[in-house]
Design a protein around this ligand. Structure first.
Ligand code: F6R
Length: 261
C-alpha cells in the first residue's frame, strides 16, 4: 500500500482526481469503480471541474458503483443512484447506459448480483476502484466478518454503519437494514484501488487497515494483499499510524516520474 498524507481533504481529493484523469487520458475505454458517501465528494467536484475547464472527457468511460440500499427506489434522494446522479453523472459527458449500480429493487437479488459481476467482466474488469472506509473498517458495505473472498451479494448493515448513515436519512430508523454490495473478492480484482479517508473519527479504522493484521474483523485490511493500492489521507485520519513519518518521507522523496502533477 502506498500511503499519502496531504494537508487536507481538498488536496487529497485533487490528487485522487489527478490519478483518475491520468487513467482516463491514457486508456481509451477506462472502467471506473465508484463509491458514495461524504468521502469522495471533493474528488468528484474536482473531476467535474477538470471536465469543464480542462476538457477531460468521460464519453468512453464505464462506471460501476460499489453498493446500493435494498428496497430504496432509485428516485429516493438518499439512494446511491440519486447521490451519484446529483454529484457526478449529471455533470459529465458519460454515454447513456455507461453507469452501473447494483439493483437494490431486484426481485431476484442473487441473479441480479451475478449479472452485476458478469457485467464488470464483460466491460473488461475495473481499472481503478475508488473506496472510502467505514468507522468499523468496512469496505463498500462489507461489514466486519465478511469473507475476504466475497462477491457481490446481499448484506445486513451493522448498528455502527446504520448510526453513521442516519445523517443522510434524518434518523436511524429510516436507514435501510440491507444493501447489495460488491464483495471484497470483487474489489480485489480491480487493477488499482484508491482509498480516501478523512477526519479523526476514521483514524482507528485507517490504522487497522494499514498496519493491523489482515483480518475479516477489519475488512479494509484485505487491501494489504492488493498489488496496487494508494491510500490518500488527511493528517487527522493518519493520526494513529505508527509509521506516519515514514509515509511522509517516502512521498517527499519521490522521483518526479512517480508524481501525478
Ligand atoms: C459507499 C461505501 C462505504 C463508504 C463508507 C464511508 O459507497 O461503499 O464503504 O465509503 O461508509 O462513508 P463516508 O464517506 O460517508 O464516511
Amino acid at each position: 500500500m502506498e500511503v499519502i498524507i496531504k494537508s487536507d481533504k481538498l488536496e487529497a481529493g485533487k490528487l485522487g482526481a489527478k490519478i483518475i484523469a491520468r487513467l482516463i487520458r491514457d486508456k481509451a475505454k477506462a472502467v471506473l469503480g465508484l463509491a458514495t458517501g461524504s468521502t469522495p465528494l471533493a474528488l468528484y467536484k474536482e473531476l467535474v471541474r477538470m471536465h469543464r475547464e480542462e476538457s477531460l472527457s468521460f464519453k468512453n468511460v464505464t462506471t460501476f458503483n460499489l453498493d446500493e440500499y435494498v428496497g430504496l427506489d432509485p428516485s429516493h434522494p438518499c439512494s446511491f443512484y440519486s447521490e451519484m446522479h446529483k454529484n457526478l453523472f449529471s455533470q459529465l459527458d458519460l454515454a447513456k447506459g455507461a453507469s452501473h449500480l447494483p439493483d437494490g429493487m431486484a426481485q431476484d437479488l442473487p441473479a441480479s448480483c451475478a449479472a452485476y459481476e458478469a457485467a464488470i467482466k464483460v466491460a473488461g474488469g475495473i481499472d481503478l476502484q475508488l473506496l472510502g472506509i467505514g468507522h468499523d473498517g468496512h469496505l463498500a458495505f462489507n461489514e466486519p466478518g465478511s469473507s475476504l473472498a466475497s462477491r457481490t451479494r446481499l448484506k445486513t448493515l451493522s448498528q455502527k454503519t446504520i448510526k453513521a448513515n442516519s445523517r443522510f436519512f434524518g434518523s436511524e430508523d429510516k436507514v435501510p437494514r440491507h444493501v447489495v454490495t460488491m464483495g471484497l473478492g470483487t474489489i480485489m480484482e480491480a487493477r488499482q484501488c484508491v482509498l480516501l479517508a478523512f477526519g479523526r473519527d476514521k483514524a482507528e479504522a485507517v490504522r487497522d487497515m494499514i498496519e493491523g493484521p489482515v483480518s475479516a474483523s477489519c475488512p479494509g485490511s484485505v487491501l494489504q494483499f492488493h498489488e496496487k493500492t494508494i491510500v490518500l489521507l488527511d493528517p487527522e485520519a493518519a493520526g494513529k499510524l505508527k509509521r506516519k513519518q515514514y509515509y511522509l518521507d517516502v512521498y517527499a522523496g519521490k522521483p518526479a516520474w512517480q508524481l501525478w502533477d
